[in-house]
Ligand binder design. Structure first.
Ligand SMILES: Nc1ncnc2c1ncn2[C@@H]1O[C@H](COP(=O)(O)OP(=O)(O)OP(=O)(O)O)[C@@H](O)[C@H]1O
Length: 243
């Protein structure tokens, strides 16, 4: 990955990814500006996670140009915690690649835990956390790196509806405070419309459509019914009118 001085956080040009003779990404272009919140929707198997892995630097066997400026953090649907490490140690896990933990790690971990409102649980064991708490821990671990780019791969998919609403508020709050660029992969159209500045639809290996959203958000879902319908159409879903 290249590091530049000017431009957005992400610049991808003509990205191609093949698995054997199967082409998953077929010349994809995408830009993400500094501080921008982008949601990525697409049918199952359309290549969303593949794109995220490339942006995270986890898969370099690609063609095309991929530029990511700054530090990248990823939070996955499954928080991937080490059960034999206390919560705070999971937050700073791998923070100093190759090195041992440093003196101020506990303070860094506690600060990140406070941001996700888990300050009481630094000494707890991961298995004692609820699903929502584990996901907040995962966000704390992402934040402690102070990323310029935060990649979220369906981080709320496994949560119940009420916890998910709380997590949406938390993510918006953290994003407004730290202003990383965010790329959120989700299957949930309403989640995308609620959180993102821009919604991208991935289809047949390329960005098939993009919808720019305005802030502040309308309070009532009905107020963004039109863009919702366009996004659903872009995903090949036609809903019956329920009015
Ligand atoms: N390591 C791999 N080897 C071979 N094929 C792969 C590999 N990883 C992904 N694929 C294939 O690439 C395609 C895109 O997968 P990817 O996980 O990116 O889709 P996705 O859009 O994230 O799907 P979902 O919404 O179901 O998570 C799929 O057909 C998948 O089977």
């Amino acid at each position: 990955m290249a590091h530049g001085v000017t431009g957005g956080t992400v610049e991808v040009r003509g990205l191609r990814k093949r698995f054997g003779d199967r082409t998953v990404l077929s010349g994809l272009d995408v830009d993400i500006a500094a501080g921008e919140f982008v949601a990525l929707l697409g049918r199952s198997g359309s290549g969303k996670s593949t794109l995220l892995r490339v942006l995270a630097g986890l898969d370099a066997a690609v063609e095309g140009e991929v530029t990511v400026r700054g530090t990248v953090s990823v939070a996955f649907q499954q928080p991937r915690l080490l059960p034999w490490r206390r919560v705070w140690r999971n937050v700073v896990l791998g923070l100093h690649t190759g090195g041992r933990h440093r003196g101020n790690d506990r303070a860094l971990a506690d600060r990140a835990l406070a941001e996700v409102r888990l300050e009481e649980l630094g000494d707890a064991w991961p298995r004692t956390l609820s699903g929502g708490e584990a996901q907040r821990l995962s966000l704390a671990r992402a934040l402690v790196r102070e990323p310029e780019l935060l990649l979220l791969d369906e981080p709320f998919g496994a949560l119940d509806a009420l916890t998910r609403i709380a997590m949406h508020e938390l993510v918006v709050d953290l994003w407004q405070r730290h202003r990383p660029s965010v790329l959120l992969v989700t299957h949930d159209v309403d989640e995308a419309l609620l959180l993102a500045d821009r919604v991208l639809i991935l289809d047949r290996g390329a960005i098939a459509a993009e919808h720019v959203l305005t802030r502040p958000r309308p309070r009532r879902a009905a107020d963004h019914a039109e863009v919702r319908t366009r996004v659903l159409n872009g995903l090949g879903v036609t809903e019956r009118a329920t009015a």
